[in-house]
Design a protein around this ligand. Sequence first.
Ligand code: FES
Length: 158
Amino acid sequence: MPGKLSRRDFIKRSAVGVIASGAMLSSINISALTRSAAAAKAVFRKSGDDIVVKLSENAALSKTGGSVKINDELMLIRNSETTFLAIRTICTHKGCDVELEGNKFVCPCHGSEFSLTGKVETGPAEENLKTFETIFDSGKGTVTIKTAGADKKEEKSN
Ligand code: FES
């Protein structure tokens, strides 16, 4: 009878639909759905080539593990009461933005993973994320990020 499905055809078509749905769901990057909220945007001022971040103006840095985004490529993380890490969040493989996920940076493009210090833990990236010297002044409550050296190195390589 045309237009009417037999019970066997219905089961076959349903099975194909279930398999296709499962394949689509497995291709979704589950970690992207559970990713933590993006770091807060930093309040900072420039001083020559340096970037100066005042802790009192950046609440996210008030506790260890807190982080702020200086711009689209640079993040400042508080590693302890007195130590900070400034790190470029651009994957050294092909330049995608890496995301801070728990205690590591993960690249959504090809899956490279980096430690919180920027060291490659899982490829395909072979080079560590770039980091910048930071100077914490407890008296002033500021963190100075020294970007001059890194920029000059990049200029030389061009
Ligand atoms: Fe990051 Fe390829 S661009 S792993």
